[in-house]
Design a protein around this ligand. Structure first.
Ligand code: BGC
Ligand code: BGC
Length: 840
């Protein structure tokens, strides 16, 4: 935590102590000062400090009358159904009809027909199927048309062939609200092609700690910059606030998210707690919501995270008091993916607290039925007041009326529907290409850029010809993994863009990921950086690249040593310590996560045949660039930094290079939330050396198909890895590049803990640790059971069995024989085992 943050949390405590209404809202049933004020529906977190706004959307009288009439005629069951949103994974059109569901969504990993990779026409067909079911009045109901929400967060990027825009962090570098509006408009059009009405965008987070895995979803760390974009994006998506027939034009409804302070969690922990003061909550994280409301944003999504220990999804004083009352937000509030289950006193299946706090629609992907049943029961008993239900339903129906949904007809009959040429059309790609150009930030240029015409260019680095990598998370799949260039028809990789531009300028280009060459190049571009991730899977302990991604630094050094001018081109969702590249390369360009139009990079790097730049660099850093991996020494380049071709050249003095492998986060947590900790790898090893698979994405097969690794839920979605072994011997290991020393822990009677669930027990199992020169294993029993068990084995046991605990490269190895099926949720050191495995 930086010092100013610590200071801020100190202030927060002081503030909370003096102003009792400031703190997080009380849960329903409690009668604190805040809660009683809230009962008259007026409560705000701290009334005097939140600015008042006016929601500009005014529905025509005919619409408000229609909605009031509907609400008057709806049964309680129909009303409750409107409050619930189900994921396509787990709902059928029949369900939507039977339960009068208000909405469906596709999460990052879902798609029509259970296929995340479904082609565009299947999406439109599914939209029709759900719509038709929802308006079917044959059961005597009112038949409210359903709406479908999708994470079109950088273009309609769930869809194969759509235009993929740079992620928001790159757009932040552009400082161009007009282009933001165009991006919103293009995104809306492409969504309409496949029949959806609603995007869960824009993310208006103001990330303060870039270790956060979602930092790239925010435009900038600067609230003013974010605020200057939000209105433009909302307008691009929805049209102006006066647009009361949204579906009649090429538009959709937007959702600003995640309210509030998703980008302000302590330590940048996703879904974590923000301890900032109320002033900072308002001035930094709240800043974008004013302009969003000013533009009539139709929906707001509540954050998974908490403020001062209270989950936002249950925070009435902020959701109702601030957002709805003080800021006059007149649309509806949707919760996040089962986020209600994290509210104090709630489960995924039951959480009236969310509705009472002001959530109008529950995102209950796979839990919609129990949520529906529970809400209905509590509404019948009178525990949930009818007024709150009617208010929520009215808000949802008002938005549907504003969409023009009641007269728009089925999705395939609407404007742009089925017009597949619009997906990734040349015009749309042109807008994305312009955004790529404008988002590039030049941090260093010792006279090598623009590239000289007519020369031979080497394009190196494993990211150079990889569209998934240049697109990042939330692209086709949730994590942006498991896909390759074949899933991006019509797109241009950075390599292809460079090749075309270099050839057009009379030169030649060669792609060589490892940097080797036969004919000496005149210059080399080395593309390096992060690989795709989304949400908590992207959380990191430090601002360093994962060690396995630093190989290109060596490539740069080698090329440089041969006197070849090197241009480092970084793909990244956040500013990261990259001093080795800054030192060895002659030029350094940050490309962020540019998306499908890689030629935008070449537009700026490669001049015309006469060597004149075709476009200059205009991008400026949307957040400070770190000098060290822990930000302790402050910024290397400040917010707003960025060179142009006209910038005077300057002498470069070498920056300190750190051994980033030494920078540990929680050094005792080796595997959690579906991923090994920074610096760790998850491996599947066979009996023979060389038989090894490093698990980075799932599903994946290992050992010639004998082993399959898939995702399993544990605490969070996909929070565990499931290992299904057909037969034979197989080991699952956690490996660190640098040997770890756990001698201290061993002496202190610490255990090696592994939380596991076993569906099919192995014939035999051994648990142990391996070092360069030692190993120690104990045989263990892992009985079958349908629950997670936290097993622990004393480190002393492994030492007694022969492991050199001061030097271990694979401190966790589980070797099994025979048909086996189990999952690992967490591996760490600690003392709190549920079952201690005897040493044998
Ligand atoms: C994310 C949201 C997203 C939703 C639906 C959640 O996990 O936090 O940003 O809109 O899933 O996919
Ligand atoms: C979904 C995402 C969602 C996440 C929440 C995933 O399975 O595909 O859309 O955001 O779960 O944790």
């Amino acid at each position: 935590m930086t010092d100013w943050k610590r200071l801020a949390s100190g202030l927060a405590l002081a503030l909370a102590a003096t102003a009792c209404a400031t703190g997080p809202d009380a849960t329903i049933g409690q009668s604190s000062d805040g809660a009683s004020k809230m009962q008259d529906g007026k409560a705000v977190a701290h009334p005097d400090i939140w600015p008042a706004y006016e929601y500009p959307v005014v529905l025509p009288k005919s619409d408000t009358t229609m909605v009031a009439d509907l609400v008057a005629r709806m049964t309680l069951e129909e009303k409750i159904g409107q409050l619930v949103q189900a994921d396509l994974c787990c709902v059928t059109p029949e369900d939507a009809k039977k339960y009068n569901l208000g909405s469906i969504l596709v999460g990052g990993n879902s798609g029509p027909n259970g296929n995340d990779l479904s082609p565009a026409p299947d999406w439109l067909a599914a939209a029709d199927a759900f719509y038709n079911a929802s308006v079917d009045k044959s059961d005597g109901g009112v038949g409210i048309p359903i709406i479908w929400g999708v994470d079109a967060v950088h273009g309609h990027a769930n869809i194969i062939g759509a235009t993929v825009f740079p992620h928001n962090i790159g757009l932040g570098a552009m400082r161009d609200p007009d282009l933001i509006e165009q991006i919103g408009a293009v995104t809306a059009k492409e969504i309409r092609v496949t029949g959806q009405e609603w995007t869960f965008a824009p993310t208006v987070a103001v990330p303060q700690d870039f270790r956060w895995g979602r930092a790239y979803e925010g435009y900038s760390s600067n609230p003013e910059l974010v605020a200057s974009y939000v209105g433009a994006m909302v307008r691009g998506l929805q049209g102006p606030p006066s647009n009361n027939d949204i579906l009649a034009g090429p538009h959709v409804i937007a959702s600003t998210k995640h309210f509030l302070a998703d980008g302000g969690t302590d330590g940048g922990v996703d879904q974590g707690d923000s301890s900032v003061t109320e002033e900072e909550l308002r001035d930094v994280h709240g800043a974008p919501y004013g302009p969003a409301i000013g533009e009539g944003v139709a929906t707001v999504m509540v954050s998974f995270s908490s403020w001062q220990g209270k989950k936002m999804t249950g925070n009435k004083s902020l959701v109702t008091g601030v957002l709805k009352d003080r800021m006059d937000f007149g649309g509806f509030v949707v919760s996040d993916w089962n986020a209600h289950g994290q509210v104090e006193g709630c489960t995924n299946e039951s959480c009236p607290q969310a509705l009472m706090a002001g959530v109008d629609m529950y995102m209950a992907p796979d839990t919609w039925k129990p949520i529906y049943t529970d809400l209905l029961k509590r509404a019948r008993s009178g525990e949930i007041p009818m007024a709150r239900i009617d208010d929520a339903v009215t808000r949802i129906l008002d938005v549907k009326a504003r969409l023009g949904l009641f007269h728009a007809g089925k999705p395939s009959d609407r404007l742009l529907a089925g017009d597949y040429d619009q997906l990734g059309s040349p015009e749309h790609r042109g807008v994305a290409r312009e955004a790529v150009r404008k988002s590039l930030v030049l941090l260093k240029n010792q006279g090598v850029l623009p590239l000289k015409p007519g020369g031979r260019l080497l394009v190196a680095g494993d990211g150079a010809n990889d569209l998934a990598r240049q697109s990042g998370g939330w692209t086709i799949s949730w994590q942006g993994t498991g896909i390759d260039n074949s899933h991006f028809p019509g797109a241009t990789s950075i390599w292809t863009g460079l090749e075309d531009a270099v050839e057009a300028a009379g030169g030649s280009a060669q792609l060589s990921p490892d940097g080797s060459f036969t004919q000496r190049p005149d210059a080399a571009v080395v593309v390096f950086g992060e690989t795709p991730y989304a949400e908590f899977q992207g959380d990191r302990a430090t601002l360093a690249l994962d060690p396995e991604l630093t190989g290109p630094y060596e490539t740069m050094r080698k090329l440089k040593a041969q006197g070849i001018p090197v241009i480092a081109l970084m793909l990244t969702g956040r500013p990261l310590y990259a001093n080795p590249a800054l030192n060895s390369a002659d030029a350094f360009v940050v490309a962020w996560l540019p998306g499908s139009e890689g030629e935008g990079v070449a537009d700026v790097l490669v001049g015309d045949a006469s060597g004149t730049p075709r476009f200059d660099f205009t991008g400026k850093l949307p957040a400070a660039w770190p000098r060290t991996a822990d930000m302790k020494d402050g910024a290397l380049f400040d917010y707003g930094y960025g060179l142009t071709y006209a910038s005077p050249s300057r002498a470069w003095s070498a920056l300190p290079e750190l051994d980033t492998s030494q920078l540990a986060g929680d050094s005792r947590l080796w595997f959690s939330a579906g991923a090994p900790a920074a610096r760790w790898s998850l491996l599947v090893n066979g009996q023979n050396t060389g038989e090894q698979t490093r698990v980075t994405t799932v599903p994946v097969e290992a050992l010639g198909g004998r082993v399959r690794v898939t995702a399993e839920n544990f605490i969070v979605q996909e929070g565990a890895r499931r290992i299904s072994i057909d037969n034979g011997t197989a080991s699952v290991a956690l490996r660190n590049f640098e040997p770890v020393d756990i001698a201290k822990e061993t002496n202190a009677d610490i255990l090696l803990l592994a939380t596991m669930k076993v569906w099919d027990a192995p014939d035999s199992a051994m648990l142990g640790s391996i070092g360069p020169d030692s190993e120690g294993f104990s045989s263990v029993k892992l009985p079958e059971g349908n629950r997670w068990v936290r097993y622990g084995i004393p480190l002393k046991c492994l030492r007694n069995k022969g492991a050199d605990v001061s030097e271990l490269t694979e401190p966790f190895v589980l070797t099994t024989t025979g048909k086996t099926d189990y999952a690992i949720g967490e591996v760490r050191l600690g003392t709190d085992a549920e079952v201690i495995l005897p040493c044998s």
